[in-house]
Design a protein around this ligand. Sequence first.
Ligand code: FES
Length: 119
Amino acid sequence: MAVQVRVICSSEDVVESGPGYRFSVDRYGRETPAFVIRFRGKVHAYLNECGHVPAQLDWQRGEFFDDSKLYLICSVHGALYAPETGRCLGGRCQGIGLKPLPVKETDGQIFLEYETDNG
Ligand code: FES
C-alpha cells in the first residue's frame, strides 16, 4: 500500500462552522459522496452517509451544521454528530458515527490522503 494525496479544495472553500465542501471518493470502485467541514479551526472530512441509513446529511447542498453551529445534523431524521470526530451524539444514528476520511491542510489547500495498491 502507498499513501497518496489529492487536493479536495482551497482552504477558503471551507469556513468555520459554515458550509462544507462536497466531494467524492472512490470506495470499492464506486463514487461515494463525502464532505469536509471546518470546526474550531481544523478541517474534518467524512463520507456523506448517515449512521442510521446511508442517506446524505446536508439539509441544503453543503449545509451540515445545525442551528447552534456545534453539531452536524442529518437532514432526514435529525441525528446529531460531533464535528471533530463524527461520533454519534444522539438520535437515530444509535451509536454509529460518521466514517472519517484523513485530510490535511497545507499552504491554503485541503488534501485527502488515501491508500492505493500501487507502490
Ligand atoms: S437517515 Fe439520518 S437520522 Fe435517519
